[in-house]
Design a protein around this ligand. Structure first.
Ligand code: ACO
Length: 444
């Protein structure tokens, strides 16, 4: 099969959100710390009627309905998530509920997990399947979903929640170019979840930023090397129309793009810049932490950032980190913002999961067929109305929900109490967790 990639995308995020400027006031931090400092506008979160399973059920069901995909046409379903509800039973097995009525249980794939990288691992698995001798002509389906919550403190405003479903197959409008994929994986303790009785991670925020940027450098340089070896010419940001990043918070995306510009200057694929003269002798290690260098590269990168990155930042800035879904929600934002203008374009994608696993690859955009045309995908995602119809709650309400969720994590024998009225029609929600920890869901 040719042109294997993403045939269609669907995004879901919970309707409850809190404004970051209100959160600044509530937390007693300096005005601008979360908005200008982290670059975030709002944070979406699950109340106790929603979780990673309900979000996954919602996003898959919506995708199947919007594109009239008969359930028996799906041959592989892979989930990427780091939100642990059950240490054995996969989220994928939950999603099989949506296929029961059709009688299709012949669906390969389970869950992949490594922090925010699971969605990319799931995507690679599906692409491998479609490109393999085992492919039976049916669709692959990738789900990337997480509820990103942090304990009270500086990391809390970098939370969020959401899910993305992607239909995978040949003749796709978003063709994934796998030839040059640059990958870097290593053992680090930047962000991890060793406390199995808590949903919150243990993290070293600064180290996670540095690991992210170092991984970006390594992946980019590996990609460039492979490209140059195969194509006999250097690769640079000039070869891409857009760059889409895993987005824990927007400031890190700004720094990441600036870092790639810095790489291009170092590699001499972009002209030198006066502003970088003072940093000519900086060590590589210091280059990750020197604030003046960071400022200078961000200044140089700004015009390109506005053109090549801003269109992908809409949902991540409005929703927050969605861990596995964050990169693909950024891609969805780009598709929403640019639609058919993307035809013929090349999109660079950077996926990062702490601990760590990272990959950089490119997507080529072509006109898809029928329902899978780019303009149709942009329309059917209904991004604007989903963002606009959200319910803005007070920081107190948000904190209260976080406290409630702490008592729900790993708990049994309860019925959720939060308001169903906020949920949009078609949303799955948790109705009960019984005394054997079995979970039950319904759809609005
Ligand atoms: N106005 C404008 N900017 C401000 C203000 C203000 N009033 N106050 C602070 N800032 C800026 C800071 O200068 C800083 O910007 P810089 O990074 O460009 O220097 C930014 O706001 C954040 O302020 P810090 O003091 O650095 O914030 P703090 O250390 O308290 O927390 C952190 C930030 C570490 C990112 C925290 O939110 C965190 O740990 N988040 C989770 C970790 C994370 O997401 N890592 C990313 C990769 S791994 C993953 O995806 C989970």
């Amino acid at each position: 099969p040719g042109d294997v990639g993403i045939l269609a995308l669907e995004v879901y995020f919970p309707p409850s959100c809190v404004r970051q400027d209100e959160l600044e006031k509530h937390d007693g931090v300096s005005a601008g710390k979360y908005t200008a400092g982290l670059g975030q506008e709002r944070l979406a979160f699950c109340t106790d009627v929603e979780d990673v399973i309900s979000m996954s059920l919602t996003v898959v069901k919506n995708l199947l309905e919007k594109y009239s995909i008969a359930p028996e046409k799906v041959g592989r379903l892979e989930v990427g998530s780091e939100t642990v509800i059950d240490k054995s039973k996969s989220i994928k097995t939950w999603l099989m509920r949506l296929f029961e009525e059709s009688g299709n249980s012949d669906i390969q794939g389970v869950d992949s997990s490594n922090a925010c990288y699971g969605g990319t691992a799931a995507l690679i698995n599906c692409l491998n399947w479609v490109e393999s001798s085992g492919w039976d002509g049916r669709y692959g389906l990738v789900v990337a979903a997480d509820s990103a919550v942090y304990a009270e403190g500086p990391a809390r405003p970098s939370g969020g929640a959401g899910a993305v479903a992607m239909l995978i197959g040949p003749n796709a409008p978003f063709v994934i170019d796998r030839k040059y994929m640059g990958t870097h994986m290593s053992h680090t303790y930047d962000f991890y979840k060793p406390n199995l009785s808590s949903e919150y991670p243990v993290l070293d925020g600064r180290l996670s930023q540095k690991c992210y940027l170092m991984a970006l450098d390594l992946c980019y340089n590996r990609y460039c090397q492979k490209y140059e070896k195969a194509d006999g010419k250097p690769f640079s940001l000039q070869d891409v129309n857009y760059a889409v990043f895993h987005s824990p918070y927007n400031k890190l995306v700004q720094k990441s793009f600036a870092r790639l510009v810095y790489n291009d200057i170092q590699r001499k694929t972009r002209p030198e810049d006066e502003k970088l003269k003072p940093f000519a002798n900086i060590s590589e290690d210091e280059s990750y932490t020197n604030k003046d260098l960071e400022k200078a590269t961000q200044d140089i990168a700004k015009p390109d950032y506005n053109l090549k990155v801003v269109p992908s930042t809409l949902i991540p800035k409005q929703v927050g980190n969605m861990y596995c879904a964050a990169l693909y929600a950024a891609l969805a934002s780009l598709i929403h913002s640019k639609a058919e203008e993307l035809l013929g374009n090349t999109i660079l994608m950077f996926s990062y999961g702490s601990g760590l696993a990272s990959s950089l690859f490119t997507i080529h955009v072509r006109q898809g067929d029928g329902l899978f045309r780019v303009a149709n995908i942009a329309k059917r995602m209904e991004v604007s109305s989903s963002l606009e119809s959200r319910v803005q709650v007070s920081p107190e309400d948000f904190v209260h929900t976080m406290e409630l969720m702490e008592t729900r994590y790993g708990a049994k024998g309860f019925t959720p109490v939060s308001d169903l009225a906020r949920l949009r029609p078609g949303t799955f929600y948790l109705t009960q967790v019984d005394d054997l920890y079995r979970r039950f869901y319904d759809r609005l």
